[in-house]
Design a protein. Sequence first.
Length: 369
Amino acid sequence: MRNSCVKLGGGNVRAFTLVELLVVIAIIGILISLLLPAVQAAREAARRMQCTNNLKQLGLAAHTHVDANRTYLPAGGREWNFSTWAMFILPYIEQQARYSQMSVGYAAGGATTGPDGFMYDPSDTSEGGRYARKQNVAAFQNPISCYTCPSNTPETFTTGGVSMPKVSYLACAGQTAIRDGVSNGWYDDYYALRTNGGDDTDALKNYKALFGMGTGIGSTAASRAEAMGRANFAQQSISVASDGLSNTLLFSEMVHVSGMGSNGTSTSTDYRGGVYRCDAAFFSTYFEPNTRQPDEMMSAAYCNNTDTRFPCVAITSPLQGRFSARSNHTGGVNGAMGDGSVQFFSNTVARTVWRGLGTAAGGESVSIP
C-alpha cells in the first residue's frame, strides 16, 4: 500500500496513505481550534466597541438635553408605572418622531394633548393604563439600535399583555436600593436619590445621583397632572455633581435574561431590560459589576432565577429594587460617565470606588482604575 503507484500519462504519482490523510486532517483541526478563539475574541471586541459607541451616544444625548433645558438632565422617571429616561432622551438620539407620538404627560379633566406630546387621560379606558399606554407601546415596537448591546441576545419585555423590546442600558440611581413608599400612594421614595438618610447602613453616605425621580405624586389624576406640570419636574441639574462629572456614572449595562418571571410560571418576563417601568430603569452601584449577589425585584413575577449567571430574588417587604450592572462582556461592564466619556469597569473594581462612582455629591475621592 505504501509503495503503490498509479500510472498517469506515462509518469508515476505517489498517492496519500490513510495515515498521512489522518495526520493532515488532525493538523487542520488543531489549526481551526487555535483560530476559533481568536475569531470569537475579535467578534466580541467588535461588539464591545459597538456597545461603547452606544453608551457614548446616550451620554452625548444627556448633555444635549442639559444644553437645551438650562442645565437639567432628563428625568430618570416621573411616575412609577408611566415614564422613564428612555422616553425623555429620544429627541436627542434622532428619535423625535417616536417621542412626538408618546404619552409623556398626565391629563386631568379630559385633556389629551400637551406641550410635550400626548397626555395620558385616565378617563379614557380605550387608551390603556399608565404602563400600557397605546401610543408608548406603538412607539417602542421597533428596537432602537443604540439601546441594544450586540452582546445581548434580543429579548422582549412582556407584562399585562403588552410587549416591547428590552433595552441593554440603565441609568445610575446611586449606590443603594430603590424603594416604593406604598403607604403614600404613588409617592416614589427613591432612597438612592435622596441627599441623606436611607437604611442601607453598609453603603457610603449621601445618595444623590444625577438622575432624578419624581416624588410627591398623589393617587389622583389631578395631583399627578399638577406634579408633572411643574417646571423641570423630576429632573436633576448637572450642577449637583460636586464630585466631578468624570467621577460620576450616568449609564451602564444590563443583561437580557430570557424566560418568564417566577422561574417560568408568570405571565410577565424577567424585568431586567424593561426600562418602561421606573423600578426597572435604574442600576445601583451597591454591588460590583456582574456580582454573584442577586438582583432584587419587587415581585417574584419579575424574576427568572433559572440562569445562575444572573441571579435574582423578590424583596416585597419593603418593596425594593436593586439591579447591579451586568453584561455579557468578558470581565466587566461599560459605563458612561457624566462628562460623556465611556470607561470599562472590571468585575474586580474596589467596592468603595464603585459606590463612590454611583454618587454625584458624596464627597468621595475616587480614582478610576
